[in-house]
Design a protein around this ligand. Structure first.
Ligand code: TXA
Ligand code: MG
Length: 377
């Protein structure tokens, strides 16, 4: 027998196994992937329905990003979402419905205003999450409200319809990582931690998560494809939430959306975000980094081919500066940049165009505090 001076191997192993909790063991499971995109393949969803009925989690496609779904009415099933994602337990989940009747067990339907129903009629199914008064019997959050949306994705809608209960589903990434816009991203983060991924083959159409709207306070808590301009006719005076102006106005003791206080969308490598690339600062900073033998990845949101420095990798959110394309590629390109394991990722800000707020909200969070020349004056 091999001797380990000062160490009893059996005792050491037994201590190690005791330290591994039951939860660590449960995380190692086979993750199956099924491809479902056409109505002829919808019968394949029965496997997902059965897992969800049994209180399991399943990754599902939506038009915004992939979600990690569980039966919203089963608290033990929802706990598995938090465990698989490593999500902080005080960050409540968005609930997904396929018809208005499904609101009943989660929202206090008597208290939903005609203004809110008008928003549902206009924007559902679609990328708009509404903060609604919570149903008395719903125990999934200690907040007085719930966040609900009806996704505009035929596979997601069919799955919810077949389940006949609402699905809680945050984005299907490890907490803090860029959201997944295809099944490969989900597998990268959650392989071995969940039993099933439904792969809709094509990438999520929009590429950023839904707009979160607090109808009562007329505040957009998270910007998305449904912009302030689109909401204005239905909700006059609606504004983007700003921590400076609104935090204390609503409830000084807590952020209006619990997710706000967490770091989001971050690649592993540090990302520096440049607001004014035309000043030449980005080029001089890259030259300096290359002289220090740093591995640099630059992400462009237009055709940034005329810079004269070589020796680093360029990726593109878009070559034409089209905001639709930038949003669609955003999380995928952040993940690609990360996979090159650079010392630094350099990206440019988007300062004009539709749903610029939605794109910049994600990029600024990905960049954490490293935002350069936002206010050059
Ligand atoms: O597009 C989406 O919305 C995707 C797909 C899968 O539907 N889902 C998604 O969920 O982005 P999640 O969990 O990553 O983001 C939910 C956000 C969080 O910032 C959370 O704090 C907020 O909604 N939220 C949930 N319930 C809330 C409530 N009652 N009041 C305010 N904010 C709430
Ligand atoms: Mg998320």
């Amino acid at each position: 027998m091999i001797a380990f001076p000062g160490c009893n191997l059996t005792r050491a192993l037994s201590t190690l196994f005791k330290q591994l909790t039951l939860r660590d063991f449960k995380m190692v499971m086979e993750t199956k992937v099924i491809k479902v995109s056409h109505p002829q393949e919808f019968h394949l969803l029965d496997e997902a329905v059965s897992l969800l009925q049994q209180g399991q989690v399943v990754a599902i496609p939506t038009e915004t990003v992939y979600g990690l779904a569980a039966n919203a009415l089963d608290p033990t099933a929802c706990e598995k979402i938090y465990a698989a994602k490593n999500r902080p337990s005080d960050n409540p989940l968005i609930l997904h419905v396929s018809n208005y009747t499904m609101l009943k067990p989660i929202a206090d339907v008597e208290k939903i205003t005609p203004e809110t129903y008008a928003l549902m009629d206009e924007f559902w199914p679609g990328p708009l999450t509404l903060i609604l008064p919570k149903a008395k019997e719903y125990t999934g959050t200690s907040l007085p409200t719930v966040a609900v949306r009806m996704p505009n994705h035929r596979v997601a809608l069919e799955l919810i319809h077949r389940c006949n209960f609402p699905l809680a589903a945050p984005s299907a990434n490890l907490s803090g990582k860029p959201s997944p816009t295809c099944a490969e991203h989900v597998i990268h983060d959650l392989n071995g931690r969940i039993p099933l991924v439904i792969d809709a083959v094509s990438r999520s159409k929009f590429g950023v998560e839904s707009t979160v709207l607090d109808v009562q306070n007329r505040l957009i808590l998270r910007p998305g494809y449904v912009t302030k301009e689109l909401l204005e006719p239905y909700l006059p005076g609606v504004e983007y939430y700003s921590s400076v102006e609104h935090w204390s106005q609503i409830d000084p003791n807590r952020p209006p959306t619990p997710g706000m206080k967490y770091r989001h969308y971050s690649p592993d490598s540090p990302l520096h975000l440049y607001y004014s690339p035309e000043t030449g600062k980005v080029d001089s900073d890259i030259s300096k980094l290359l002289k220090e033998n740093k591995v640099v990845v630059r992400i462009c949101n237009n055709d940034c081919t005329n810079d004269t420095i070589g020796g680093y990798k360029k990726l593109y959110f878009s070559k034409s500066g089209d905001n639709d394309e930038i949003a669609y590629n955003l999380f995928d390109v952040l993940r690609q940049a990360d996979s090159l394991r650079p010392d630094i990722i350099i990206s440019e800000a988007v300062t004009t165009g539709p749903f610029m707020e939605a794109i910049m909200n994600r990029l600024e969070k990905a960049a954490s505090q490293k935002i350069i020349q936002k206010n050059p004056n």
